[in-house]
Design a protein around this ligand. Structure first.
Ligand code: CA
Length: 231
C-alpha cells in the first residue's frame, strides 16, 4: 500500500503502456483505463494518488472527466495531469480552468513526465517513493516503509503506519474520521468511524515512547490533526 498509485487514462495502448512502463520503473504502482468510463470504475474501486488523463478520449473528453472529478467531493483532492497533443495556449488555459493541476504536451520524454508528476505530488502534499519526510524528529522513509526517530524504528502496525504516513504528508490540517477512512483505509471499505479512534490510540501509544504522541492532536467536534506545534 505504500507505493503511490497512478491511474493512466489513455485510449492509445502503445502510449499507455510506454507511460506505465516508465512509471513502474520509477517505483509507482500503475493502473490503466482506456476511457473515462473505465477510469471512473477504477477510481470507485480505489482512489489513486494521481491521474494522468489524455485529452482525447473516445467517450467523454479528458477535460470533461477532469471537470467532473474536480467537482466531486470524493475525488477533488486527487491531482490530475492532462496529456494532450494540442500545444495551443488556449487549451492550456481551459485545461487548468477545468481543474487540472498541470498539463503535459505530447510528445514528452518519460523523464519530463516523471519530473512533472513529482512536482505535482510535492505541491499537493503527496510524496514520491524515494522521498523522506521529516517532522518533529520523526522521519518517514516512504521507500523503506517505516518511520524512524534517530536510529530507532518506531514499531507500527500496517494501519498505524499508513495513518502516520498520511498525517506526516498532510500536516497542519484537520481531517474528519470519515475523511481519514477514505484516505487511509480506501474508499471501498466498510469500517465504522470509531475504528479510526482505535488506531489513533494505538498510534499515539507507539509514538509515546519517542515523546511524539502529542503530534497527533484531537480537534473536538472535528477530527484529528498532525502538528509538531504545541496545541
Ligand atoms: Ca487519446
Amino acid at each position: 500500500m505504500s507505493a503511490r498509485q497512478i491511474l493512466i487514462v489513455e485510449d492509445e495502448r502503445p502510449i499507455r503502456e510506454m507511460i506505465a512502463f516508465g512509471l513502474r520503473r520509477a517505483g509507482f504502482e500503475v493502473i490503466e483505463a482506456e476511457d473515462s468510463r473505465a477510469a471512473r470504475a477504477r477510481i470507485a474501486d480505489r482512489r489513486p494518488d494521481l491521474l494522468l488523463v489524455d485529452w482525447m478520449l473516445p467517450d467523454v473528453s479528458g477535460l470533461e472527466l477532469t471537470r467532473a472529478l474536480k467537482k466531486d467531493k470524493d475525488t477533488r483532492d486527487v491531482p490530475i495531469i492532462l496529456l494532450t497533443a494540442r500545444a495551443e495556449e488556449q487549451d492550456k488555459i481551459s485545461g487548468l480552468d477545468g481543474g487540472a493541476d498541470d498539463y503535459v504536451t505530447k510528445p514528452f520524454s518519460p523523464r519530463e513526465l516523471l519530473a512533472r508528476i513529482n512536482a505535482v505530488l510535492r505541491r499537493t502534499g503527496s510524496t514520491s517513493p524515494d522521498e523522506v519526510v521529516e517532522a518533529g524528529g520523526l522521519a518517514l522513509d516512504v521507500a523503506g516503509h517505516r518511520v524512524t526517530v534517530g536510529e530507532q524504528t518506531v514499531p507500527l502496525g500496517p494501519t498505524e503506519y499508513r495513518l502516520l504516513s498520511f498525517f506526516m504528508t498532510h500536516p497542519e490540517r484537520v481531517y474528519t474520521r470519515s475523511q481519514l477512512l477514505d484516505r487511509v483505509w480506501g474508499g471501498n471499505v466498510y469500517v465504522e468511524e470509531r475504528t479510526v479512534d482505535v488506531h489513533i490510540r494505538r498510534l499515539r501509544k507507539a509514538l509515546e515512547a519517542f515523546g511524539c504522541d502529542q503530534f497527533i492532536q484531537t480537534v473536538r467536534g472535528a477530527g484529528y490533526r498532525f502538528s509538531t506545534r504545541p496545541v
